[in-house]
Structures are given as C-alpha cells and as structure tokens.
Design a protein around this ligand. Sequence first.
Ligand code: COA
Length: 171
Amino acid sequence: MIIRTETNSDYDEVFKLNYLAFGNREDESKLIERIRLSNEFIPELSLVAEINKEIVGHILLSKATVEGQGKKSIVIVLAPIAVKPNFQKQGIGSSLIEEGIRRCKALGYGILLLIGHPSYYPRLGFKPARKYGLELKQFEVPDEVFMVYEVENGKLQEINGELKYPKAFFS
Ligand SMILES: CC(C)(COP(=O)(O)OP(=O)(O)OC[C@H]1O[C@@H](n2cnc3c(N)ncnc32)[C@H](O)[C@@H]1OP(=O)(O)O)[C@@H](O)C(=O)NCCC(=O)NCCS
C-alpha cells in the first residue's frame, strides 16, 4: 500500500469511495468537493491510500479556526476519512491518520480536531477536546466525540476557545 497526495485525476474515484464507505450517501463526497474549492483546502493534506493502483482509502485534513480571548488560531480539522468497505479493519484508516499527522507536523500546524467515533480515535492519541479548554457550539455533540490531537508539544495549552468549522461544512 502507498499513501500519497491526492491529484485531480483521483477526484471521481474518491467521490465513489466516500459514497460507498458512508452507506451510499453523497454528503461526505460533496463536503470534500466544497472543501477543495475553499480557502481552507491544503492540497498536501488530501491523501489517498492505494493498493495495486486502486484507491482504497482517503483522508481530508483542512483549515479551521479556534477563537477565544481575542485570539484566533489556525487549526486543522479531520473530515472526512473513508476506507472502501472490503478493505476496512486492515489498518488503512490508521495509516492515513498517522501520515496526516506527520504532514500536519511538517507544515507547522499545532493541533488537529475532529468529531468521530470515541472507540476509534483515542487509540491513535486523540483526547476529548473539551477537557483542554476547547469548545464546539456549531454541532451539538457529546463530549467524547469531540476530540483533539496535539501535533506540536505545548500547543494544547496555548490554543483554546471555540472551534469554528468554515462555511464549506454548512452548505
Ligand atoms: C472509520 C474507518 C475510516 C476506519 O478505517 P479502517 O481502515 O477500517 O481502520 P483501521 O483498520 O485502522 O482500524 C479499524 C479496526 O480495525 C482494527 N485493525 C487495525 N489493523 C488491523 C489489522 N491489520 N488486522 C485486523 N484488524 C485491524 C483496529 O483495531 C480497529 O478495530 P475495532 O473493530 O476495534 O474498531 C472506516 O471504517 C470507514 O471508512 N468507515 C465508514 C466511514 C466513516 O464512518 N468514517 C469516519 C467518520 S468521518
């Protein structure tokens, strides 16, 4: 398996992959299309996992802000991530997240946030975000599904306030 940056020619396959992984719905595929067209898109943080030239997984990490105490910090949000149904539970999702984290670090981003399954992400180092002074008001979610990963040591102490997902998440 290789993990590489997504290119324009992958777009159709990535659309279909997300459609399948999310139970034959287009919401996540369309979210990806909106994010790609937005200012929050970072091309190096849209990754595909490929086996024998077939795209079997995709992850998108993009920019959002945390706002509080008169300060606005740029952070990264993970959404969505998908692995083809017949390739799940083989570590592909974890590999995509780990490579995403490495790239966030290389690009100098401090924290990574997401809304996701509380049984999946903690094993990769994600922690409940509200415990660290981060808030989410745009979506009503239980504490354990709103999670954060500290990409750069010390940044969890430095960045606090409300996570604001950009416009692309609401169209
Ligand atoms: C969530 C998702 C991306 C995870 O991808 P994945 O490749 O299946 O994830 P992993 O293989 O890394 O880990 C998943 C499980 O497989 C297990 N696993 C990891 N490597 C494994 C391996 N080599 N062999 C067997 N099992 C393995 C993990 O322990 C985990 O077990 P669990 O059943 O206790 O949760 C995938 O299930 C998916 O696309 N789901 C539908 C879309 C979705 O819900 N996306 C997330 C919301 S944005």
